[in-house]
Design a protein around this ligand. Structure first.
Ligand SMILES: Cc1cc2nc3c(=O)[nH]c(=O)nc-3n(C[C@H](O)[C@H](O)[C@H](O)COP(=O)(O)O)c2cc1C
Length: 192
């Protein structure tokens, strides 16, 4: 029988080194050929809706931020996901409070979108809201609302990924706010 590697401890070490080299040469991700700005441009080609994710902060005060990283995950159980920057001041409230709301904005809610996209202690001061599932604030005239309990949290690079289990829903048939290539766009009526 042909010995591929020498015997004994030295042979085993040699074998492990060769296996590691082989695995590194086949599994290593290709060198990226883009910078953060080109990645942002490429991602902005994907049109999204716009959402305010909201929860309870200190002393039960409402906390929320504009997001477009929202997406559906599963129907059974009913799961959704979104992500929040590790640098966002509102992150600690989402880490602490076990429920949150997803408020999908309508086409006439651009101002609300921008209001929740700027750091402030009183984003809700002139917003009509009510406490929803688990006390998380729900924006009353949102296009649709998903009231969730935090199901899982995952590390996602410079963001934290939230998976929510949907506990209550509400929706209407107004037009959604749509974000594409860094600006709001009008959603063409679909031919019925
Ligand atoms: C259209 C749009 C989408 C956004 N999507 C996200 C997102 O998915 N995740 C995120 O962390 N920030 C997102 N932001 C930025 C936050 O809204 C912004 O950083 C906000 O200030 C965070 O709230 P805070 O400072 O109260 O924590 C988005 C902003 C806009 C205008």
């Amino acid at each position: 029988m042909t010995m591929l590697f020498g015997g004994g401890a030295a042979g085993k070490r040699d074998q492990e080194r060769k296996l590691t080299r082989l695995m590194n040469s086949t599994n290593r991700p290709p060198q990226s050929n883009f910078d953060a700005s080109s990645l942002r441009d490429a991602l902005s080609c994907f049109p999204t809706g716009v959402v305010v994710a909201a929860t309870c902060g200190n002393q039960g005060l409402p906390v929320g931020l504009t997001i477009n990283s929202f997406n559906s995950v599963s129907l059974e159980p009913p799961l959704i996901l979104w992500s929040i920057a590790l640098t966002a001041p509102s992150l600690s409230a989402f880490r602490t409070h076990p429920s949150f709301s997803i408020n999908i904005l309508s086409s006439d809610q651009q101002d609300l979108c921008m209001q929740f996209a700027r750091s402030s202690d009183n984003k809700f001061s002139d917003v009509d809201w009510r406490p929803g599932y688990g006390g998380a604030p729900v924006i009353k005239d949102a296009l649709a609302v998903l009231e969730c309990r935090t199901y899982r949290r995952y590390e996602g690079g410079d963001h934290e990924i939230y998976v929510g289990e949907v506990m209550q829903i509400d929706s209407s048939d107004r037009k959604p706010l749509v974000f594409h290539r860094g600006r709001f766009v009008d959603l063409a009526e679909s031919a019925a």
